[in-house]
Design a protein around this ligand. Structure first.
Ligand code: NCD
Length: 314
């Protein structure tokens, strides 16, 4: 049984297999309804439960669309804290024990770091971590890597800027772990000092001999970057000190991508963002061909189809 819990669990062989499958699904998808013709689940229709204790737009909808496109069925709760027995005080482990008897795979989003690993310990079906607090979001980083590969041809050799809330952003954590599996040229960590990358992740980069440096001004590094990975400040995850709030308000322009940053960027560079964006990418950037974030969100559907086939052994 295969759980999807954290970025460190994957190797290059697995990633290549998923990305090849994703591309095949996407290509077939454009021509005809993939499943109706050659992959419709036979006999027992698999059921996926999406158990979400935190808000989501893309992650939940794309998982559900992926399962429906594959011919499976979906049980869903978008506000599990209020609309499941959690509201009565049930612990996560008990919920998972029961729900895993009703479905073939559980996609879990929870506000506590480590919740997916706790769930995996008691589940009788695969658990897919769709975000555990400020921990990880491994399926998002599969989308991110696949998008870089599709947009730039390769991940190896690229210079990548991770921008924004590097401390609390779970998509950043998973992506940073993932990038150590590739031979990237350099990683710029572009963030206010108060939300720089955690020491344990920096140590992980060092252990894998990844070249990195920090910066507090995107424009200082923009001309050298191939992939800009922008994130929002995760204000729901920490109590912002007065100093950081002031600093952020005064210095947000240092991290923002707008037309003045576009002017500095390489013509073949790409901008990614897991979304939702707040003010950190100006709307004027959307029409630039280097803006890849909506294509990235679209890739979420195909990656999740490939991943569901994998964990369901199809
Ligand atoms: C992210 C998340 O939930 O971690 N969104 C997503 O799943 N695409 C990013 C965020 O909330 O900032």
């Amino acid at each position: 049984m295969m759980h999807i819990l954290k970025a460190q669990q994957f190797d290059r062989e697995f990633l290549d297999e998923i990305f090849d499958k994703t591309l095949a699904l996407k290509n077939q998808f454009d021509k005809f309804n993939y499943l109706m013709t050659n992959h419709k689940f036979q006999s027992i229709v698999p059921i996926m439960t999406t158990l979400f204790y935190e808000p989501s737009t893309r992650t939940r909808f794309s998982f559900e669309a992926a399962m429906i496109r594959l011919g499976g069925q979906v049980l869903s709760t978008e506000n599990a804290e209020q609309f499941s027995s959690a509201a009565k005080g049930e612990i996560l482990e008990d919920t998972i024990r029961v729900v895993s008897e009703y479905s073939d795979v559980i996609v879990l989003r929870h506000f506590e770091e480590g919740s997916a690993e706790r769930a995996a310990k008691v589940s009788s079906v695969p658990i897919i971590n769709a975000g555990d607090g400020a921990g990880q979001h491994p399926t998002q980083s599969l989308i991110d890597l696949y998008t870089i590969q599709q947009e730039c041809g390769t991940i190896d050799g690229k210079t990548i800027a991770l921008i924004g809330d590097l401390d609390h952003s779970r998509t950043i954590h998973s992506l940073a772990y993932m990038l150590t599996k590739y031979d990237v040229s350099h990683i710029y960590l572009v963030a206010p000092k108060a939300v720089q990358m955690k020491p344990e992740l920096i140590q992980h980069l060092d252990k894998h001999n990844v070249s990195w440096s920090t910066s507090t001004r995107l424009k200082d590094v923009a001309a050298d970057v191939d992939v800009f990975y922008q994130t929002r400040l995760q204000t729901e995850r920490f109590k912002m000190s007065f100093e950081l709030h002031q600093d952020y308000k005064q210095n947000a322009h240092r991290y923002k991508i707008d037309s003045s940053v576009l002017d500095l960027m390489k013509p073949e560079a790409r901008i990614l963002h897991p979304l939702p964006r707040l003010g950190e990418i100006a709307m004027e950037v959307d029409s630039d061909p280097r803006a890849a974030y909506f294509r990235q969100a679209q890739n979420g559907l195909y990656i999740r189809m490939a991943l569901l086939l994998k964990v369901l052994n199809k």
